[in-house]
Design a protein around this ligand. Structure first.
Ligand code: NAP
Length: 252
């Protein structure tokens, strides 16, 4: 039960937010009072998710935005500003993981897609959003536990997520003092994206056992950490990554 209202009067954009972690983040921030702008590639997913959030009393605008489409990124920002007049929070959550190949076996086109969606789109979206970001605004980038120690089956994806840890630090310096930039590195969460967990009981058990808390993460766990970093409760925190992975080894 969400009781605090840390985002009253705030305008929040969350990319890739029609299901999974992105939708949970939109819901959490919306229940805490934000006007939320949700987006993903497919209109029908945008409409369905917007409906779900409205049914919970959340003020929501739905916009189709494939994050690697320059025109759709611009529309996302434009429609947000046309409707709400400003942007307080951007959560960059979209990612692709198109291959399980080893790094040296990954096709050139797949490498391009990974960098394009997982890293470059975040930068370009923030470039478009920057002129509208308010004093006291905040960016949260969604990385992954795989960014700390890329596992063989997620190696290249993991490396793009490592890049987001550096991007967070560099942008925090660049966008200070008006905008804070932080990052959340989720552990494994059973969503469509992580179908290797949801479809394979042995893999699921192995990943649960790697955590200290002996369970997988939930989308709500990720939303809670994102809400903290995006809120004024974290007003003296920037350039940081919170690992939300039940104690799965990441770093000292
Ligand atoms: P998910 O449940 O599969 O949801 C993916 C969402 O992204 C959907 O709303 C999808 O809607 C949208 N989407 C996909 N490609 C997009 C694109 N190119 N542009 C815009 N929207 C797009 O995924 P998830 O597990 O929540 O993952 C969200 C983030 O968490 C990703 O950055 C992922 O790397 C990270 N993460 C996940 C896990 C995990 O175990 N699940 C662990 C660590 C990190 P449409 O199909 O309509 O586009």
């Amino acid at each position: 039960m969400v009781k605090s209202k840390r985002f009253e009067g705030k305008v929040v954009i969350v990319t890739a937010s029609t299901q999974g972690i992105g939708l949970a983040i939109a819901e959490r921030l919306g229940l805490e009072g934000a006007s939320v702008v949700i987006s993903s590639r497919k209109q029908q997913n945008v409409d369905a998710a917007a409906e779900k959030l409205r049914a919970k009393g959340i003020e929501v605008l739905g916009v189709v935005c494939h994050v690697s489409n320059p025109q759709q990124r611009k529309e996302l920002i434009l429609k947000t500003v046309q409707k709400y007049g400003k942007i307080d929070v951007v959560v960059s959550n979209a990612a692709a993981n198109p291959s399980v190949d080893s790094i040296l076996q990954t096709k050139d086109t797949v490498l391009d897609k990974l960098w394009e969606i997982n890293v470059k789109a975040t930068i370009l979206l923030l470039k478009d959003a920057a002129p509208h970001l308010q004093k006291g605004s905040s960016v949260v980038i969604i990385s992954s536990i795989a960014g700390y120690n890329p596992p063989p089956s997620l190696a290249m994806y993991g490396v793009t997520k490592t890049a987001l840890l550096g991007l967070t630090k560099a942008l925090a310096a660049e966008m200070a003092p008006d905008t804070r930039v932080n990052c959340v590195a989720p552990g494994f969460v059973p969503t469509n994206f992580a179908s290797f967990i949801t479809t394979n009981e042995a893999v699921r058990k192995e990943l649960e056992d790697k955590t200290i808390l002996k369970r997988l993460g939930t989308t709500e766990d990720m939303a809670a950490a994102t809400a903290f970093l995006a809120s004024d409760d974290a007003s003296y925190i920037t350039g940081e990554t919170i690992v939300v992975a039940g104690g799965t080894p990441s770093r000292l």
